[in-house]
Design a protein around this ligand. Structure first.
Ligand SMILES: Cc1ncc(COP(=O)(O)O)c(C=O)c1O
Length: 394
């Protein structure tokens, strides 16, 4: 089928919920994707922040294929060596205090379960989250999302969700009390325009949570699993070295196979009993094969170091591109702030066969490339930005 036929087919039968780019993707490899018309695009949006190991990484594909030959699925009602080894590997790469994994299917589900675990562990109901944070589209997660248009579509919102100001500890102190179960934070606010807070702020959050018995949750759905040039934001220098009580994960965890997870510390997990949390598909064999292979590939192929190199190159080269006023973020979660709206830049890059993303900040173009993206591929982006109007040669 050509593009027009595919567009008509999908629009006729799939409920329209996203504003789509005018391309149909058929296959991918590394940071490249190919369209139905055989055109090759550079994907610096990583399949929506999902394909960190690159599209269809051969090691991950092989693991999924081999597992599919054995058994596609059995639930948590039975034991599985693969599930055990996957949880072990995830805990091994996580900060030391995060000792147990709970598997589910998506980012929003991971956050719902994290907030439930916090409520069960504390016997309290209130959850504090931050203006600009995005946590998903199901009831509790969207109620924790204080990013205007998203929270509103979730109305009526779940009660006991309180807003604080990102990066401002006084605003948190003003609402945190002995009824607060959890503070959930997206440590780099991606959708809001790749906004960052200081390590000091995270240290103060940890102190506040310790003092008041509040469960601290890092939503690392985007920042986790190597994307920011560290395995996790938690425990890194960006977080002032502190570790939360729960980390939530999804997006790149399965290299494209839908899977989410919560990582919990001993204190919280010791209070979770049988039947408190659950989901049919969580921990299924295909997802586990994908997660284990993803973690192994990131570990053995130097991808985390590559994510750091991508950031360095971008910061150095974008400093000389006219129209760019700031570069935000870490590793392969980067926001390029322009001196005006970035949507024309986004469109021009797409015309030049480079896929990037926008954000809730009209001036911030988002890059969420595979963490295997090469120096030459970043050069292509920068050359293209220099040549387009907003980034005319300086
Ligand atoms: C930080 C963050 N948390 C949660 C979610 C929700 O994840 P999912 O779409 O898998 O439910 C997203 C999705 O964009 C996200 O970026």
């Amino acid at each position: 089928m050509n593009f027009t036929e595919i567009e008509r087919l999908e629009d006729n039968f799939q409920l329209t919920t996203y504003k789509k780019m005018g391309i149909a993707i058929e296959r991918g490899s590394g940071s490249w994707v190919w369209t139905s018309d055989g055109e090759k695009y550079l994907d610096l949006y990583g399949g929506h922040a999902v394909c960190a190991t690159g599209h269809s990484h051969p090691y991950v594909v092989k693991a999924i294929q081999e597992q599919a030959e054995k058994i596609l699925f059995y639930s948590n009602l039975v034991y599985s060596e693969l599930r055990g080894r996957t949880a072990e590997k995830l805990v091994e790469v996580a900060p030391p205090t995060l000792t147990k994994a709970f598997f589910c299917n998506s980012g929003t589900e991971a956050n719902e379960n994290a907030m439930r675990a916090a409520r069960l562990a504390t016997g309290r109901e209130k959850v504090i989250s931050f203006s600009g944070g995005f946590h998903g589209r199901t009831a509790d997660s969207i109620s924790a999302t204080f990013l205007g248009k998203y929270r509103d579509i979730g109305k009526p919102n779940v009660p006991f969700h309180i807003e604080a100001t990102f990066g401002d500890i006084e605003s948190v102190r003003a609402v945190a009390d002995d009824q607060t179960a959890a503070i959930i934070i997206e440590p780099i606010q991606s959708m809001a325009g790749v906004r960052e807070a200081t390590p000091e702020f995270f240290k103060q959050l940890r102190e506040l949570c310790d003092a008041k018995g509040i469960v601290l949750i890092f939503d690392e759905v985007q920042t986790g699993i190597g994307r920011i040039g560290r395995w996790f934001f938690a425990g890194s220098t960006f977080a002032g070295g502190i570790e939360p009580d729960i980390i939530t994960l999804a997006k790149s965890l399965g290299s494209g196979v839908p899977v989410g997870a919560c990582l919990l510390n001993d204190e919280v997990s010791s209070k979770i009993k049988e039947n408190d949390l659950g989901t049919t598909f969580g921990g299924g064999m295909i997802a586990m094969a994908a997660v284990l292979a993803t973690l192994e590939a990131i570990d053995t192929e130097g991808m985390i170091e590559n994510a750091q190199a991508v950031e360095l190159q971008l910061r150095e080269q974008l400093a000389t591109v006219r129209g760019v006023v700031a570069v935000h973020g870490k590793g392969c979660l980067i926001g390029i702030e322009f001196d005006g709206p970035c949507s024309p830049v986004h469109s021009r890059l797409l015309d030049r066969k480079i896929i990037t993303g926008t954000s809730s900040d009209p001036n911030v173009l988002r890059l969420l490339p595979p963490i295997v993206t090469t120096t030459e591929q970043i050069d292509m982006l920068v050359d293209c930005l220099r040549e387009t109007a907003a980034g005319a040669v300086s």
